[in-house]
Design a protein around this ligand. Structure first.
Ligand code: SF4
Length: 300
């Protein structure tokens, strides 16, 4: 491959990330103000496609859609089916509108935590489980055991009832107690914020360590789960056969500015837009840059 091609490919990917993440910022900035006036004033580039996450009854989405001009579209996403149903009905009654809505799976974006210890435990519990189920369990668990000392005192038998709704809870209970003991005996009750030491803890693999280090802003990392793996392949950002290979490719590709949030945003994109079975290509903000779009959208 020639140098010229390398440059073109890199530029293409940078454009994609820039566009992808600028679009996120645009939505987040608007909503963080919790103000429809701010959304109405925002200078949306002509033809923008905007994803309005947590759109509720869709007022903000319709407002944004009315500002986008020809070629623009706003998609509202919410976890609550009744919000979306009403928003869709009202949008239809208003006639042709460039706003549409869909329901996301009822998952929050991240596990809840209050300290490095509760973060490590929550992320370790979340393997092959939804963040919602983990947050439900840890809300009660961390009331009684939010330090390694209290967790060890609780013991495996005491811990299990708190996490019995989470898959693989027997193994996870054993690991959480074992890692609490190691933290006390080897690290003075503190979580070591070092990749190798973290990965050596029971039940903490590379992915868990990446999430913890990235979340605490210690080391940018892109933990590759099923969403990140799929989205990266579809977008042509990576072609690695394993999560580790994809992670290395993404780390080399993602602009530094976006490194700490890339994992989170790629997951959101996979959960809400580029879903496994029926990707929402018509509403996708990067569809014009996506080499896989033709696989899901038939030409008109
Ligand atoms: S265009 Fe479709 S396949 Fe490509 S990233 Fe968007 S939703 Fe996924």
């Amino acid at each position: 491959m020639s140098d010229a091609n390398d440059i073109v490919i890199e530029a293409w990917n940078t454009v994609l990330f820039d566009k992808f993440f600028r679009f996120r910022h645009l939505v987040v900035d608007g909503l963080s103000a919790h103000s429809n006036e701010a959304l109405a004033r925002h200078p949306y580039p002509q033809g923008s496609r905007v994803l309005d996450i947590g759109c509720g009854f869709g007022d903000s989405t319709r407002l944004i859609a009315s500002r986008l001009g020809p070629g623009g579209a706003a998609v509202g996403v919410d976890c609550a089916a009744n919000f979306i149903e009403l928003a869709s009905r009202e949008a239809k009654e208003l006639g042709p509108a460039n706003a549409s809505f869909f329901v996301a799976d009822a998952q929050s974006d991240e596990v809840d935590y209050e300290s490095p210890f509760t973060l490590v435990v929550a992320v370790a519990l979340s393997a092959q489980a939804t963040d919602v189920s983990v947050n439900k369990a840890t809300a009660k668990l961390f009331d009684v055991a939010d330090t390694p000392q209290k967790m060890l005192a609780l013991g495996e038998a005491g811990l299990k009832p708190f996490i019995s709704s989470i898959g693989l809870y027997n193994t996870k209970a054993k690991n959480v107690i074992a890692l609490s003991r190691i933290l006390i005996e080897q690290y003075g009750g503190e979580v070591p914020l070092d990749r190798l030491k973290l990965q050596a803890l029971p039940g903490v693999g590379r992915k868990t360590a990446s999430v913890v280090l990235n979340e605490l802003r210690i080391e940018p990392a892109i933990a590759v789960d099923t969403h990140v793996f799929r989205v990266s392949h579809r977008l042509g950002l990576a072609d690695g056969k394993t999560p580790d290979q994809v992670e290395a490719q993404l780390m080399a590709l993602v602009p530094e500015l976006y490194l700490t949030r890339a994992h989170h945003w790629l997951i959101l994109h996979g959960r809400y837009v580029c879903t496994a079975r029926r990707p929402q290509c018509e509403a996708c903000p990067v569809a014009d840059l996506c080499p896989s779009r033709h696989l899901f959208v038939s030409p008109r």
